[in-house]
Design a protein around this ligand. Structure first.
Ligand SMILES: [Zn+2]
Length: 429
């Protein structure tokens, strides 16, 4: 079956994985969880998402540095799940090939990064540095940092990397917008928007250069919004609507918070990225100011933790929309809470397809209650679909096809129909 996306910006014919000669036309779709600035940065910078080995990461980085004169070499997009040897890397090769300049390469999910020793030295990370809360500095058997940083430990490096210029930030946003429009997206929910980026969004919206409708969820977990942006607002196509929190990390880097141990790492239950009190205080303050509250929760413990916080918010009279992003592992004892508390589930179906082997290794039989698309839908819970780009491709058709047809045995019970999938993707007819 063909889907034609036709609007002022694009005329695109897409293949849906349904065996039929029919076709139908729509105006566009919405991606309900993405990262515009990251997409632009990835498109305009050192892009590692196509690498099939760590050696390829090195060779692409070496080629890129020839055309790039800045002191720091920043890349993003590597994914060890796409390599033959799937283990998370250490920085030995980076140190060998980049002995003089700092290198910072973020994993595709943004929940891990590899740095060389020059960068570690600049950030003063050594044998005596403690792991920050919600983060991990990976170390060898002698306690020496291997260059791999997990979750909140990534900020130890990010805090010392020079900021791009204003023009570069604007360019990244425009690049990301073009990419969305050419794929047929007319609307996005942009997640974890840094407060420092708001002037660039405001500028584009004020100048009517934002052709994409952007609903933003600004960074909430550190409470900085209270002093920098303490009220939701709308400028033309831009709506600053909500706050984004993180309950845990991701499955790939074993940072997702689980109720029981990882199946492939006994004794490890993952990481919580925020403590219960800060989560409640900041989300309560934000909700009172009129912000929607949205929280990243992947592991079953993180979903339970988030639902617990949302219960407290509702008990304190909070009426704003409450969202859980990803909802990858929802323990069967917890799923009805989505209904009771009127929680919106923001789901990225393509993660399940990309991560199927890794997810099974990490959580074993618990896959049977994971990625609960149809289960949530049948409970009458409001669901929206997205890609989490640039972690996945921004192409909404990949997500729609993932929802309606795939060959993962343990996930077949959660396949949904085309009409539901289109509605979840905010179809604009
Ligand atoms: Zn995300």
């Amino acid at each position: 079956m063909k889907l034609i996306i036709n609007n002022n910006f694009v005329n695109r014919i897409c293949d849906l994985s349904i065996d039929s000669d029919e076709s139908f036309e729509i105006k566009g779709l919405r991606d309900s969880h993405c990262h515009l600035m990251w997409l632009g940065m990835q498109e305009n910078g050192l892009k590692l998402d196509s690498c099939k080995s760590f050696e390829e990461v090195i060779s692409i980085s070496l080629a890129f540095q020839k055309s790039n004169s800045s002191f720091w070499l920043n890349g993003r997009g590597w994914n060890n799940e796409n390599w033959k040897n799937k283990t998370l890397p250490t920085n030995d090769l980076l140190n060998k090939f980049f002995p003089d300049r700092p290198v910072f390469l973020k994993r595709i999910d943004g929940h891990a990064a590899l740095t060389n020793n020059v960068a570690l030295d600049l950030a003063k990370i050594d044998l005596h540095t403690n792991d920050p809360s919600g983060g991990k500095i990976q170390r060898d058997s002698n306690g020496k940092a291997t260059g791999l940083l997990i979750d909140n430990a990534i900020e130890l490096i990010e805090d010392i990397i020079p900021r791009p210029s204003d023009d570069e930030f604007i360019k990244h946003l425009l690049t990301a917008q073009d990419k969305c429009l050419e794929l047929g997206l007319l609307e996005v929910h942009d997640m974890d928007v840094h407060l420092d980026w708001l002037p660039y969004f405001n500028h584009l919206a004020n100048e009517k250069l934002l052709n994409l409708k952007v609903k933003s969820y600004i960074r909430g977990f550190d409470g900085v919004f209270l002093s920098k942006c303490n009220i939701p607002y709308i400028i033309n196509n831009l709506e600053i609507a909500g706050l984004k929190f993180f309950a845990d990390g991701a499955l790939g880097s074993r940072g997702a918070a689980l109720i029981e141990d990882y199946s492939d790492d006994a004794g490890n239950k993952g990481l919580f990225l925020i403590d219960e009190d800060s989560f409640f205080n900041y989300s309560m303050k934000g909700a009172k100011l009129g912000f929607e509250i949205s929280t990243h929760a992947i592991g079953d413990a993180a979903n339970r933790f988030t639902l617990h916080n949302y219960t407290k918010l509702r008990n304190n009279g909070v009426k704003v929309a409450l969202r859980i992003e990803h909802c990858q592992m929802v323990h069967p004892d917890d799923i009805l809470k989505f209904k009771e508390l009127n929680i919106h589930a923001a789901i990225q179906p393509i993660h399940c397809i990309s991560d199927k082997d890794m997810a099974y290794n990490r959580i074993g039989e618990r896959v049977n209650y994971s990625y609960p698309w149809k289960s949530l839908l049948e409970l009458g819970i409001e669901i929206s679909g997205g890609s989490d780009f640039p972690i996945e491709s921004p192409d909404p058709i990949l997500g729609i096809n993932a929802f309606i047809s795939h060959d993962i045995n343990w996930q077949k019970k959660e396949i949904i129909g085309l009409e539901d999938a289109l509605n979840i993707y905010g179809v604009i007819k």
